[in-house]
Ligand binder design. Structure first.
Ligand code: GLY
Length: 329
């Protein structure tokens, strides 16, 4: 099956589902009948999710675990120097240092996280090692780097010429404030997997906001903000302006809304409404959520048009879906 054929065949159906769910009232969610579970499924944020999904799919389609697939998927993005918002090649902070945030969560409810990690290519793997090899959930800064080195990771210069140039231009302009986060300036990769056994996992990794204040940590490594997975219900991950996602405890909220009976799509819409209500500056930011439930149903919503997510399932071979926000524009 070619990617294009599947994209063309399935996206209109997904679009119809989005239209339907946008008009769904909150209390009609429980009236839906559940379709037969679809699996395996992998979804991830932005079009940089497509190569990540392909790596995750390779594992899932061979019967591998949701957790292994989630880690393997986002490692592709972390190692891609052309992406300026994740891992190698990420834009630095205001002082020119690339600092990385990542977290991972598996079907048993365990999770691991690293923040403000420098000179390490694969923060997601360090996050998994924190989860599996320590009694802790989160390591930051120097301690996270020392732990990574103990685990066998090597120091790498993450600042590429392109990102150094952007930073120098930004410094020369002597401006402050946020870079726009949208299709032209991708953000975090968040990736959710449902394996053939019906288990869920997720991973989230980023270099954070470009030219951020040194020491700043966004939503991506914070369990419940940038990522949350509950194997009984579903998972969610976020992209966009992390401060706004943290204020709403965004991904925990999406999963709790699914627990109350909402579809992944409706849960994302309601969570975006919550983000808007908690952030008076919402017209100046982008926040997007993607969600995947135990049945393989998925959805997404965002504040501003321009956010899309990548889907790989038995029905769609690595398609790209516009999240369809109509809130701003
Ligand atoms: N969503 C990524 C960040 O704000 O750091």
């Amino acid at each position: 099956m070619s990617t294009r054929r599947n994209f063309l065949k399935v996206v209109p159906a997904v679009g119809a589902a989005l239209t339907a769910s946008c008009t769904e009232s909150s209390n009609s969610a429980s009236a839906k009948t559940s379709p037969a579970p679809l699996r395996p499924v992998v979804i991830s944020t932005w079009n940089h999710g497509q190569p990540a999904n392909a790596a995750a799919w390779k594992i899932l389609s061979q019967g591998g675990t949701a957790l292994d697939a989630a880690e393997a998927g986002v490692r592709v993005t972390e190692a891609d120097p052309s992406g300026q918002s994740v891992g190698l090649g990420g834009r630095p902070d205001a002082e020119g240092n690339v600092t990385l945030d990542a977290c991972i969560m598996g079907p048993d409810g365990d999770c691991g996280s690293v923040a403000y990690l420098q000179e390490i290519l694969h923060p997601i793997t360090v996050a998994r090692q924190v989860m599996e090899k320590t009694p802790h959930v989160m390591l930051v800064g120097k301690g996270a780097q020392e732990f990574a080195l103990e685990q066998g990771h090597k120091k790498v210069d993450l600042l590429t010429d392109a990102s150094r140039k952007d930073w120098e231009e930004w410094k020369a302009k002597n401006t402050s404030g946020r870079l726009p986060i949208n299709i032209e300036n991708h953000d975090t990769i968040g990736l959710l997997t449902l394996d053939q056994n019906g288990d869920l996992a997720g991973a989230c990794t980023t270099s954070g906001a470009g030219f951020k204040l040194p020491g700043r940590v966004g939503d991506s490594p914070i369990i419940g903000a940038g990522l949350y997975v509950d194997n009984e219900i579903g998972g969610a991950t976020a992209t966009g302006w992390g401060e706004a996602v943290i204020r709403a405890c965004g991904c925990f909220l999406v999963v709790e809304l699914m627990r109350q009976g909402h579809s992944p799509q409706r849960a994302c819409e309601l969570a975006v409404e919550r983000v808007i209500s908690k952030n008076p500056d919402w017209k100046e930011i982008q926040v997007g959520f993607i969600a995947l439930n135990k049945n393989g149903e998925h959805g997404s919503f965002c504040i501003a048009p321009g956010f899309d997510y990548a889907l790989y399932s038995p029905e769609v071979e690595n398609g790209l879906i516009d999240s369809g926000s109509k809130i701003k524009g």
